[in-house]
Ligand binder design. Structure first.
Ligand SMILES: Nc1ncnc2c1ncn2[C@@H]1O[C@H](COP(=O)(O)OP(=O)(O)OP(=O)(O)O)[C@@H](O)[C@H]1O
Ligand SMILES: [Mg+2]
Length: 285
């Protein structure tokens, strides 16, 4: 994982659709206090595609993610999941939807029940996937495999609580959960914000491996256009709640059209050079 990598973004235009939206909008508050956090966005995310949504703080990325996850109702617009209008009108339908879409949040500490030991966190994932009645040995084998996928040792974690892990280990545990849950879509909102540049590159590589191994769609939310270029097939550039530009990562970043995209790129030095993972956190240079 430490070798120099250059990435080629793939074109997913003709791949089957997994999540799409038309006119998706979120308005918070009323009158003078009104904030249009997400403003009539259209998007088409395809099966197996690695999509990044890039924008500065406050551009509406997390609000959009919450709508995609069904944690926040859209004020306007329509979302389609696997080619059909998404229906999350009851608790049961929401739970069914969440088998298809899972998230890694900005703060990994908020994602766990602190009173549950790590093995029960992972066992819950196996149970959610219908593996409740599997023999104990099989469950241990699955948990061991998931941990080794993210370079954690299951045997060393079994009796620990999530808060006994480091930030980086915690984020890797979140990826191990996703490895077990195998959702169709993974939404990752700045999952690398808590870790150093080296662990960050490792986590990004794990997300890419996860996509390559499972064919899952990954929606990666970031303020860092350099990371988006390194990791994605497709990028959507978000400014003040709108998508100002989208397309294949290589095309958008090598030949940006919107002034905002140009500005984001000019903030990142060396973007056209081959990527060396040790320099992936360009802002730290
Ligand atoms: N619950 C809320 N009530 C009112 N306004 C909100 C709420 N949540 C978000 N906003 C506003 O919506 C806008 C978009 O916020 P959002 O959190 O989606 O941005 P973001 O792109 O995720 O930013 P960051 O990169 O800092 O995480 C901001 O102006 C924010 O203040
Ligand atoms: Mg956010």
């Amino acid at each position: 994982m430490s070798e120099t990598k250059t990435r080629q973004s793939k074109d997913f235009t003709n791949a089957p659709m997994c999540l799409s939206g038309r006119g998706v909008t979120k308005v918070f508050g009323l009158g003078d206090k009104k904030t249009v956090a997400v403003d009539h966005v259209d998007f088409d995310f395809h099966v197996g595609e690695f999509v990044s949504i890039v924008g500065e703080s406050g551009s509406g990325k997390t609000t959009l993610s919450k709508m995609l996850l069904g944690l926040l109702n859209a004020t306007e617009g329509e979302i389609q999941f696997m080619g059909k209008p998404r229906d999350i009108s009851s608790g049961a339908k929401k739970r069914e939807y969440w088998k298809g879409i899972q998230a890694i949040f900005q703060d990994p500490f908020s994602s766990y029940n602190v009173f549950h030991k790590i093995d029960s966190v992972l066992l819950d994932c196996i149970n959610m996937r219908g593996g409740k009645n599997l023999p104990k040995e099989k469950k241990i084998e699955m948990m061991t495999e998931a941990c080794s996928f993210v370079n954690l040792k299951f045997a060393e974690l079994t009796n620990k609580y999530p808060f006994e892990l480091s930030g980086g280990q915690m984020q890797r545990l979140m990826i191990a959960r996703i490895f077990l849950l195998k959702p169709k879509i993974l939404l990752a909102d700045e999952p690398t914000s808590m870790v150093d540049a080296c662990s960050r590159a490792t986590i990004l590589d794990m997300l890419l491996d996860l996509r390559d191994e499972t064919g899952m769609t990954i929606i990666f939310i970031t303020h860092d256009i350099g990371l988006a270029y390194y990791i994605s097939d497709t990028v959507y550039i978000m400014e003040h709640g709108k998508f100002v530009e989208f397309g294949k990562a290589d095309e958008v970043i090598i030949n940006p059209k919107a002034a905002y995209t140009k500005r984001l790129i000019s903030d990142v030095p060396k973007i056209h050079e081959a990527w060396d993972l040790s320099t992936v956190d360009l802002k730290a240079e």
